[in-house]
Design a protein. Structure first.
Length: 90
């Protein structure tokens, strides 16, 4: 909830969001971000690729999904791809 309150000030281009979080799940966070008009990229991290769609909706709230476990290079590839960046990492 604290992060949602800070989005307007921080203005991130991309958020990495886990589905299983204490207090508020990732789908709720993504839904609230979209409802508030935030148009940045959301990359979902999930141990269950079957969670690729939020429950009770046909609309994807995210731009990409990365299945756990993942290696660091794969994780770094997603923001680069979603933000059209060119990065270097080993």
């Amino acid at each position: 909830a604290d992060c949602l309150a800070r989005i307007a000030d921080a203005r991130p281009d991309l958020i990495l969001l886990d589905i299983s979080m204490p207090g508020m799940d990732g789908w709720t966070v993504a839904r609230r971000l979209r409802e508030s008009g935030w148009g940045g990229r959301i990359v979902i991290l999930s141990a269950n690729v079957g969670e690729s769609r939020p429950p009770d909706t046909e609309v994807a709230l995210h731009d990409d999904i990365v299945a756990k476990p993942f290696d660091l290079a794969r994780l770094l590839d997603r923001p680069e791809a979603r933000l059209d960046l060119v990065g270097r990492h080993a």
